[in-house]
Design a protein around this ligand. Structure first.
Ligand SMILES: [Zn+2]
Ligand SMILES: [Zn+2]
Length: 137
């Protein structure tokens, strides 16, 4: 699998090779604030499978996990592209809306649904987790 994407202005772009580790919509408060939407569509890759062109600016905040989450955005156009949760070392999350072909995003779960808004429509066929899903082996 090969995915590519970029920010709104195009100064930051990325390509991902290999299979994603995890893909899902996060409804936590920090994802709502930082993305400005009802949830954040997120694809996790091992960091070594992502190559990034351009310099994202990172903002750190405390995640619901109690550990820092660092979110990367384009300093020119403000698009949020990346997430690096300290709780998942070695992983980089891509915001699926920045993909060149966002239809490639296949969410597997909805997470932090304890924070979900009533106006955010979820696919009932996907598993829902009130917070983080249990660790996968
Ligand atoms: Zn940009
Ligand atoms: Zn979140």
């Amino acid at each position: 699998m090969s995915l590519s994407g970029k920010c709104l202005c195009g100064k930051i772009s990325y390509t991902c090779e290999g299979e994603p580790v995890f893909a899902g919509n996060c409804h936590c408060t920090a994802c709502k604030k930082s993305s400005g939407s009802g949830s954040a569509p997120t694809i996790f890759f091992a960091a070594e499978h992502i190559s990034i062109v351009g310099e994202a600016t990172y903002f750190e905040s405390m995640g619901a996990s109690g550990q820092i989450v660092s979110r990367g955005f384009c300093p020119t156009c403000g698009s949020q592209l990346f997430g690096k949760p300290a709780v998942m070392p070695g992983m980089i999350a891509i915001r699926a809306g920045t993909l060149d072909d966002p239809s490639m995003y296949k969410p597997q779960v909805n997470i932090f649904t304890s924070c979900a808004e009533s106006w955010e429509v979820m696919d009932d066929n996907l598993p829902q987790f009130l917070e983080m899903p249990p660790p996968q082996k």
